[in-house]
Write a protein that binds this ligand. Structure first.
Ligand code: ARG
Length: 456
């Protein structure tokens, strides 16, 4: 590329700074696919002969083989994957190889490669998320009936089914899956044929390229086409929010597996030890997920900052677009399956769940509800129930153990039927609204998700 215009070689450090081959070699499959389609389009427009096309096809096939075998010599002097492939193609196919870049720019080429990559990565993320969702739904089925305290402000609040808690994460992951679908749709638009920035001067058939590369749509403005990276930001936002969700679940698991909670035991296969303290079983997988949420959110912000203030059209800043996406994709590829294993193998302790329900006055809301149903205005009922809690606390009792005289000293509305209405079972049973934790509602949600996720 420098043989024409330049009289001097690139400074060695500048060469290193400028090169992207160290990371964009990851786009080799997409680059070869794009070049193959481009060569076919050139032939259809009469810009290369059938014989040229054959040589190009053979050469690109050979390059794929060399990369697969590990014998392809990637060179920093050739800057990026696009010029590495072109140089090797020219060595293999001679003049035909030199014709490949006719009417094409690396600007529309890299946009095409990167869109193909993001489409694939988003699809993979969706599959991995679905697998984790299935594991959660199965765990919700397996542990159906276990009651735990739900927390607000990390203080025990109300009894819920453990399964209800698990399905909450299925809901979040379902939204994550939709966000990756949206990112995939954003990427699914073919920019090839936009040239450097103004469009293609050889009337190359862009509709053919779109079909040949399996894109759902075609970009409509060449300037936007070579400089748009919204699809990468969409992918990173989907990844960042997914990791934020996993970090919240991770925090629940970290708490639950502590000796203080003792509610969940993670399998040895996903638990690490300490180099010093032999007794330790650490939930490192969960802690790493929590940590990676920061990392991936940083990748999103990094890309947004790269894009901010960029004038149209292509600027070399855009070379910084790929590593954040690769890093996020690598992170998801590890964290999602590990999370899945963690969920598939975790064990819940019914005894510990029961113990956590005791002593937290979780029946207090039910006591207030009891009075409300007897016609006491809720604020008054709330105050009376609070006084019952205070009294029970002073006497060292729980609410079901507080004698009726104590209740009646607070309000004549209390009767013997109170005790049947404030059991934890009763508190679960009455949450029958859509989205509530009543067992039949949770069962319905499990069935709904099983259908949605094709679980038999
Ligand atoms: N390696 C470049 C990138 O990743 C390819 C596009 C280069 N285009 C250019 N006009 N220098 O963005």
């Amino acid at each position: 590329m420098r043989h024409g215009r330049f009289e001097k070689d690139l400074n060695a450090l500048m060469r290193r700074l400028n090169a992207s081959i160290g990371f964009d070699r990851r786009l080799h499959a997409e680059d070869l696919r794009g070049s193959l389609a481009w060569a076919e389009a050139l032939q259809r427009s009469g810009l290369v002969t059938a014989d040229d096309l054959k040589r190009i096809q053979d050469g690109l096939g050979r390059i794929q083989q060399e990369i697969d075998e590990g014998s392809f010599a990637f060179a920093e002097e050739l800057e990026d994957i696009h010029m590495n492939v072109e140089a090797r193609l020219t060595a293999l196919a001679g003049a035909a190889g030199e014709k490949l870049h006719t009417g094409r720019s690396r600007n529309d080429q890299v946009a095409t490669d990167f869109r193909l990559y993001v489409k694939g990565a988003a699809g993979e993320a969706m599959e991995r998320i679905a697998a984790l969702m299935r594991a959660l739904v199965r765990a919700a089925e397996r542990e159906f009936g276990v009651v735990i305290p739900a927390y607000t402000h990390l203080q025990r609040a109300l009894p819920v089914l453990f399964s209800h808690h698990l399905i909450a994460y299925v809901e979040m992951l379902g939204r994550d899956r939709k966000r990756f679908l949206a990112a995939r749709e954003a990427a699914d638009v073919c920019p090839l044929g936009s040239g450097a920035c103004a469009g293609n001067q050889f009337q190359v058939d862009r509709e053919f390229l779109q079909r040949r590369l399996g894109f759902g749509d075609l970009t409509r403005n060449s300037m936007d086409a070579v400089s748009d990276r919204d699809f990468a930001a969409d992918y990173l936002y989907a990844a960042a929010l997914l990791l934020v969700h996993l970090s919240r679940f991770a925090e629940d698991l970290i708490l639950w597996t502590s000796s203080e909670f003792g509610l969940v035991r993670l399998d040895d296969s996903v638990t690490t030890g300490s180099s010093m303290m032999p007794q330790k079983r650490n939930a490192d997988a969960a802690e790493l997920a929590r940590g990676k949420a920061g990392r991936v959110s940083g990748r999103l912000v990094g890309l947004l900052m790269t894009m901010k203030g960029l004038p149209l059209t292509y600027n070399k800043d855009l070379q910084e677009d790929k590593e954040p996406v690769f890093d996020a994709a690598d992170t998801l590829e590890l964290i999602l399956p590990v999370f899945q294993t963690m969920v598939e193998t975790m064990a819940v302790s019914v005894e510990r769940a029961r113990a956590l329900l005791r002593g937290g006055f979780l029946e207090a809301t039910a006591v207030a509800d009891y009075l409300t149903r007897k016609g006491v205005p809720f604020r008054e009922a709330h105050r009376l129930s609070g006084q019952a809690v205070l009294r029970a606390e002073k006497l060292g009792l729980d609410l079901p153990g507080l004698p009726l005289e104590e209740y009646r000293a607070l309000s004549p509305h209390f009767g013997q039927d109170l005790y049947g209405k404030i059991s934890l079972e009763a508190a679960l049973q009455d949450k029958t609204v859509t989205g509530g934790t009543a067992p039949e509602r949770v069962r319905e949600e499990i069935e709904r998700w099983k259908k949605e996720l094709a679980i038999s």
